[in-house]
Design a protein around this ligand. Structure first.
Ligand SMILES: [Zn+2]
Length: 155
């Protein structure tokens, strides 16, 4: 039952996105394309049925169902925190929120990235394709918003 409802919602979203995209192709204006891109991004980030994708301490990936690329499963409370943390933790970059901490707290910066064995559970780890889709959707929203702002400023 729940599965059927979910696939119907899934279908409704794709039908809606396809309809907007078709309108955009017909109208040929960037405004409608922007709407289609935004609808797709919102769907990917917040609504699409996916799996949790958080790697647990022993290296196995959580397969519990989740809603949207930004969200983890509801079964394990810690997974949401780990997923948010992992998505913010871009390669070669620290969590931007952690920079808000006053300097001098914790280990010196030079030593921070040199643990003997990096523990995946400490920083969290999310499946590669989940991260790629999440970043892609966020990038689409940013690009579309900038384009819309520029388009409105310069008629
Ligand atoms: Zn999970």
């Amino acid at each position: 039952m729940a599965k059927r409802r979910r696939s119907q919602a899934h279908l409704a979203w794709w039908t809606g996105i396809a309809a907007v995209a078709a309108t955009a192709a017909y109208a040929g204006t960037w405004r409608v394309w922007a709407l289609a891109v935004l609808a797709w991004s919102m769907y990917e980030l917040c609504f699409c049925p996916t799996t949790c994708g958080v790697a647990t301490r022993d290296g196995t990936v959580c397969r519990n169902p989740a809603r949207g690329r930004l969200f983890a499963c509801t079964g394990v409370t810690a997974h949401q925190h780990l997923k948010t943390d992992a998505l913010w933790h871009l390669p070669g970059q620290h969590n931007p929120l952690s920079r808000l901490r006053p300097p001098g707290v914790g280990a010196p910066a030079a030593h921070r990235k040199a643990p003997l064995t990096p523990s995946p559970a400490e920083h969290g780890y999310v499946e590669r394709n989940q991260r790629v889709m999440a970043y892609l959707a966020v990038a689409s929203v940013v690009v579309t918003t900038i384009e819309a702002a520029v388009g409105l400023a310069v008629p």
